[in-house]
Each structure stands twice: as structure tokens, then as C-alpha cells.
Design a protein around this ligand. Structure first.
Ligand code: BES
Ligand code: ZN
Length: 670
């Protein structure tokens, strides 16, 4: 633990006529005519460092075992990274040069370690070759001539080539919406950016970065940066002036265009989707930002733009600062999935400004964000709707805990991530929904919404630009409310803070969702009717669902799923009666309908499961469906195999590996 880092510079250059490399797959029937290569642009400059005082990688509390780097807690020096130029020789390579300047701390060793990945071929600066660290990365050891003096500035220059690591996704034209040009994107969270560039890949270290990206005519580059400028020769210059952790650096190069949807917001998408993207969110984003600022304090990131990704993007949304990446599934035509946008906006305060110091404390990012999301939703859409949406979240937590058993060690808020365990493999609903319950419990202890809102704002202000642990959060809570500390609210039997953090299981406190009853009750009653042995068609026909909102239908379908399998014949009738559900294009409805089809063995509609899995690659949609298929009949198992073999090449490599695990096609390692 002797070094940490503050700033990074990236240069990329994409120029024809060399071909953008392609890998043959069932999804790429014809070779692409498009072409590009990335000549190297030398670069290097220093930017000022950033001070932080929170735990970092290494030993002791808040140690990040998921990083092999010598990133330190405490003061940062400066560092600059420049990366450039994919190789002209080999397919899908990104040749780069990284230049890091880091201030040494007292007692620093004569070796510096960066996170890297086996897919990253380092050709210079690594006096020692990368050493294995874990399945998800390697350690790049750089020997220094001698141990540095405290405060000594070290500048490293690293030439490397990033290949097909898990953080860098190279898509063929067929894998895009427009099917004309190739596309590349990076996805850093949680520990994937070490395959994009050598770095201190731990959320406990924050740094600024700048980047210059030169792309061929017809391509545009965008990044998670506070400023974006197009210069001559199709060169884009980015600067992120606020310190961020490595996982929030993101790049897209593709045939993308933008349209304004608000005073500080635009949507980005491939040309064929831009109209739909603009229509979906025109004029609505600003209100969320304004409400967020009112509740949680200034929005420090300048712009808030949204990029609609290709269908294989594995998440609903990814909160890359200034530029959220989202699945095109959000283009529902009716804004019904806007809660994902509100969620990603909420990360602007919780996650991006106040960051979990390690992935074991992920609930600090996601639990607070769920709470913030629902505070914004309450202000904008009212409490009944928010409670309805929260009820669907609670159903997901129920399903998760039923599937794993409540006592599963991942069902704790503070997860113990043992060395060697990939933090991405610990992903589940607990940090989101149990985290939401814990934050709601803290609000319940305070007993007054505006006082709790003021606390949240003070919390953001206290820890902004830092990476923290739950101890920091809860310590600050008790400091902020001394009367609660006096009362010993942290140790109320059954609700001890320690139990919340360290005991797996169902949340000891659930926020009251009864204000949503007016929307949920009709859905509960209708699900009851459909679950009856002999259907009361008169009562069923008396319920008019045409005016129901998407989340009411989602809630209804969750109830039907819970009661499934329904008595013989009921589902067929339900399917016929509600084409709004069984023929829905909305992804949240399609997911539930597919789950119901599988749980009821409705063979006539198996093709819908296949079609849905062919149309998108979101992890949260894909895995539950494969689990359901694999846990079902011989026919559904065959369907799983057939669908996976056709769609695997289009899935993100992590999602591919998780599916393989479900289907027993991979060792536990995957
Ligand atoms: N930051 C997450 C996505 C993520 C988590 C990527 C862990 C990689 C590792 C993002 O903010 C998120 O939670 N997205 C959700 C949105 C939902 C909760 C509204 C998603 O993708 O479903
Ligand atoms: Zn999130």
C-alpha cells in the first residue's frame, strides 16, 4: 500500500482502410466492408492530484482484495495515462500507452503494482511480466530503481495492447441495431477495466482523466467525461474534471448520433433509433435532475446524457458519469421504464460521488441509490406508484432469497469477498432491495422525511469524491443524529446495525408499501381469480385492465407467476384474453410472461422465450430464463441449449459464462 493515483489520459485513433477485426459467429453472416485501424498517438501530460482520506486497496478495514495494485489509502499523487492505437497486425486489438505519475508515500517499496488482465499484452515498462492474481485479472509489477522518497513523483509510461478482454466489447455490424457498421464499447464495473488499460482497479481510488480519440469518418466517440469536444480529423477530446474510480471510465465508438432532450441532456443512439430515443425521453430528464438536486445537493457532473446501447448490452443501465449507458429495451414507446433512468441519475450522488470503497460494500452504492430513486419517483409520480414499483423490487428479493436460501452468505449487506472470488460473481438483489430496506429503516428511525432528506444531503456533502465503508456511513448517521445515538438505535434487539450488515436473511424491517394498495389490490384480486380451479369468467371479464400501467401489469404477472403452475387450461385462456400481456413488446412484461410460460409448461408459446432471448442480452432477463428452462422439463432444457448455442456469441462474455454455468457447460470457475 504505497501509491495511489489521480488522473489519466487516453488517446485512441481509428482510421480506415484497415479492417475492423471480426470474429465469425452465427450472428455475423457476412464479412464487414467497414474498416479501421488505430495508429499510435504519443501523448502524456500531468494533471493535478486529488486528495482522499478513505480506505483503499491493501490491508486493514476496507481493504479491497479485488485489486492487485499498490493503490493506497491516503494522499494521492498525480498520474497520467495515455492509451492509443489498435494494432494493424492482429484482429480486435487496441494498442495503448499509459503514463502514470504517482506520488510515493513514506516507506514505499521498490516495486509498483497495477491491475491488468491476461488479455492485456504489456510490451514495455513492465520490467517484470504480469503475474497471475485471480481468474479475473493479473498483477503488473513494475520494479522501481530504488524505493521512492515520500512525496516523490513517479511517472510511468506503459505500452500495451488490449485485446478481447471482458471489459472491451467489439461488435460486428450484425450485432448493432443498424447492422451497417461495427461498434465497440467498454464496461468497467465491477473489475473489468483492468482489461481495458493497466490501472488501480479498485473503487477506493479516484482520479481525473482526459482522452483523445481519433476515429474514422462516419464514427463518433463518446466517453464518461465532463467535457467533450470534436476537433479536426474526426478527433474527439474528453476530460473528466472530477475524480472518479476506474470502473466509471467508459468509451463507445460507433455510428451514433445525438438529439437534445433537455437543457443539459441529450440522447445518443444509432441513427435508426434516435427518433425513438428522443421521443421516449424528450423533456422529462431535467425534472429528475432538478428533483435530485433539491433532495441530494448539487449535480456536479455538468451534463447528463443517455446512450442507447446495442441489444446485447448486459445491463438495464450503467451509471457512467455524464453519460449513462442503457439497454435499448427502455425504448418502450411510453416512458414506462423510466425508473431505470431515475436509478442511474440517482447514482450521480450515491455511487459516483460517494463510492463504496470495496465491492463487498456494494450496497452503499445500490441500496442508497434505490432509496434515492424512490424518493425522486415519489416526488415526481407520487407515493402509490412508487410503492407499487417498490413491491416489484421486493418480489425480486423474495425470488432471489427463495432460490438461494435466506441464509446464503451473499444475502448479507456487507459481503465477505474472499481473495480469488470475482466481485462480479457476488451480484444479486440483496444490495439493492435489502439495502433499500436498511436505508428505509434509518429513515424510519429518524421518523421525519425532511430530516432524513437533509441527512442524505449532508452525507453526500461529507463524503463527496471519497470512497467509504458502511462504518463511515453509519458513524456519520449517529453523529448527525446524536439523540438517536444516545438512544442506542444501533443496537435495538433484532435490528442491530451489525445484524443488518453481517447477518444473511430477509430484512428485519420492511418499509410500508400500503400506499400502493390502490394499484396493487385489483391486480392481486385478478391474479386470485385466474388461479382458481374453475374460472369465474364473469368476475374476470368485469375487470378492465386496458387502463393499467406497465408496473401494475408487472405486479399482476408477478402474482400469477407466484401462483403458477395455474390449473390446467387457465393460462391458455389468460393468454388469449390479454394480448396486451401475451403479445407485449415491453421487456419487463416479456420477461414475466416468459417466466410464466416456462413455469406452466405452455409449449405453444415457447417460441416467445426464444424470441425474447434472441432480441436482447440483459443479464437480469437472460439468467432467470435460463434457470427456469434448465429447472424445467426435457423440452425446456432442449430449448435452453438450442437458444444458447444460437445466441451465445452475441452475449457479453460474463453473461455467456453465467449461462454456461447454469447449463452445466462450464467449470465452476466461469
Ligand atoms: N451499476 C449498476 C449496473 C452494474 C452493477 C453493472 C454491477 C456492473 C456490475 C446499475 O446502476 C444498475 O443497478 N442497473 C440496474 C437498474 C435497475 C436497478 C433500475 C439494471 O441494470 O437492471
Ligand atoms: Zn445501480
Amino acid at each position: 500500500m504505497d501509491l495511489s493515483c489521480p488522473s489519466l489520459t487516453l488517446l485512441l485513433d481509428l482510421v480506415p482502410p484497415h479492417p475492423w477485426p471480426r470474429i465469425p459467429s452465427p450472428w455475423m453472416s457476412t464479412p464487414s466492408g467497414s474498416s479501421m485501424y488505430f495508429p499510435r498517438i504519443p501523448h502524456g501530460s500531468l494533471t493535478p492530484g486529488h486528495t482522499r482520506s478513505s480506505p483503499g486497496a491493501g490491508h486493514g478495514p476496507g481493504a479491497d482484495v479485488a485489486s492487485a495494485s499498490s493503490a493506497a489509502r491516503g494522499r494521492c499523487g498525480t498520474c497520467t495515462w495515455s492509451c492509443a492505437s489498435p494494432s494493424r497486425r492482429r484482429a480486435r486489438r487496441l494498442r495503448g500507452r499509459a503514463r502514470w505519475s504517482c506520488a510515493a508515500r513514506a516507506g514505499a517499496a521498490a516495486e509498483l503494482r497495477l491491475d491488468a488482465h491476461p488479455s492485456l499484452a504489456v510490451s514495455r515498462a513492465a520490467l517484470l511480466p504480469p503475474r497471475p492474481f485471480a481468474s479475473y485479472g493479473s498483477a503488473l509489477h513494475i520494479a522501481l530503481p530504488q524505493p521512492p522518497r515520500a512525496g516523490q513523483l513517479l511517472t510511468l509510461l506503459i505500452d500495451y495492447e488490449a485485446g478481447e478482454g471482458p471489459g472491451v466489447c467489439w461488435l460486428s455490424p450484425e450485432q448493432t441495431a443498424g447492422k451497417q457498421k461495427p461498434y465497440m464499447y467498454t464496461q468497467g464495473q465491477a473489475v473489468l477495466n483492468r482489461s481495458f488499460f493497466p490501472c488501480f482497479d479498485t473503487p477506493s481510488v479516484k482520479f481525473t482523466y482526459s482522452a483523445t480519440v481519433k476515429v474514422p469518418e462516419g464514427f463518433t466517440a463518446v466517453m464518461s467525461a465532463t467535457s467533450w469536444e470534436k476537433q479536426k480529423d474526426n478527433t474527439f477530446v474528453f476530460k473528466m474534471s472530477q475524480p472518479i474510480p476506474s470502473y466509471l471510465i467508459a468509451l463507445v465508438v460507433g455510428d451514433i448520433v445525438s438529439a437534445d432532450v433537455g437543457p443539459r441532456s441529450r440522447v445518443w443512439a444509432e441513427p435508426c433509433l434516435i427518433e425513438a430515443a428522443k421521443k421516449e425521453y424528450d423533456g422529462v430528464i431535467e425534472e429528475f435532475l432538478v428533483v435530485g438536486e433539491k433532495l441530494f445537493g448539487p449535480y456536479v457532473w455538468g451534463r447528463y446524457d443517455i446512450l442507447f446501447m446495442p441489444p446485447s448490452f448486459p445491463f438495464g443501465g450503467m451509471e457512467n458519469p455524464c453519460l449513462t449507458f442503457v439497454t435499448p429495451c427502455l425504448l418502450a414507446g411510453d416512458r414506462s421504464l423510466v425508473d431505470v433512468i431515475i436509478h442511474e441519475i440517482s447514482h450521480s450522488w450515491f455511487g459516483n460521488l460517494v463510492t463504496n470503497a470495496t465491492w463487498g460494500e456494494f450496497w452503499l452504492n445500490e441500496g442508497f441509490t434505490m432509496y434515492a430513486q424512490r424518493r425522486i419517483t415519489t416526488e415526481v409520480y407520487g407515493l402509490p406508484y412508487t410503492c407499487l414499483e417498490a413491491a416489484t423490487g421486493r418480489a425480486l428479493l423474495r425470488q432471489h432469497m427463495d432460490a438461494t436460501g435466506e441464509d446464503h452468505p451473499l444475502n448479507k449487506l456487507r459481503v465477505v469477498i474472499e481473495p480469488g472470488i470475482n466481485p462480479d460473481d457476488t451480484y444479486n438483489e440483496t444490495p439493492y432491495e435489502k439495502g433499500y430496506c436498511f436505508v428505509s429503516y434509518l429513515a424510519h428511525l429518524v421518523g421525519n422525511q425532511s430530516k432524513f432528506d437533509a441527512f442524505l444531503q449532508a452525507y453526500v456533502n461529507r463524503f463527496k469524491f471519497q470512497s467509504i465503508t458502511a462504518d463511515d456511513t453509519l458513524g456519520f448517521f449517529l453523529e448527525y443524529f446524536p439523540e438517536l445515538k444516545e438512544k442506542g438505535v444501533d443496537s435495538i434487539p433484532g435490528f442491530e446495525f451489525d445484524r443488518w450488515l453481517n447477518t444473511p436473511g430477509w430484512p428485519p424491517y420492511l418499509p410500508d408499501l400500503s400506499p400502493g394498495q390502490q394499484l396493487m389490490r385489483p391486480a392481486d384480486e385478478l391474479a386470485e381469480l385466474w388461479a382458481a380451479d374453475s374460472l369465474n369468467m364473469e368476475a374476470i371479464e368485469a375487470v378492465d385492465i386496458t387502463g393499467w400501467r406497465t408496473y401494475q401489469l408487472v405486479y399482476f404477472l408477478d402474482q400469477v407467476l407466484q401462483k403458477s403452475p395455474l390449473p390446467e387450461g387457465n393460462l391458455k385462456r389468460l393468454s388469449k384474453m390479454y394480448p396486451k400481456i401475451s403479445k407485449a413488446q415491453n421487456a419487463e412484461l416479456r420477461l414475466r410472461w416468459c417466466q410464466i410460460i416456462l413455469k406452466n409448461n405452455l409449449e405453444a408459446e415457447y417460441s416467445k422465450v426464444k424470441d425474447f432471448l434472441h432480441s436482447q442480452g440483459k443479464q437480469k432477463y437472460t439468467l432467470p430464463l435460463y434457470r427456469a428452462m434448465w429447472g424445467g422439463s426435457e423440452a425446456t432444457r432442449a430449448l435452453a441449449m438450442e437458444t444458447f448455442s444460437a445466441t451465445a456469441p452475441q452475449l457479453h462474455v460474463n453473461v455467456q459464462n453465467y449461462v454456461k454455468k447454469i447449463l452445466g457447460l462450464a467449470a465452476a470457475e466461469a
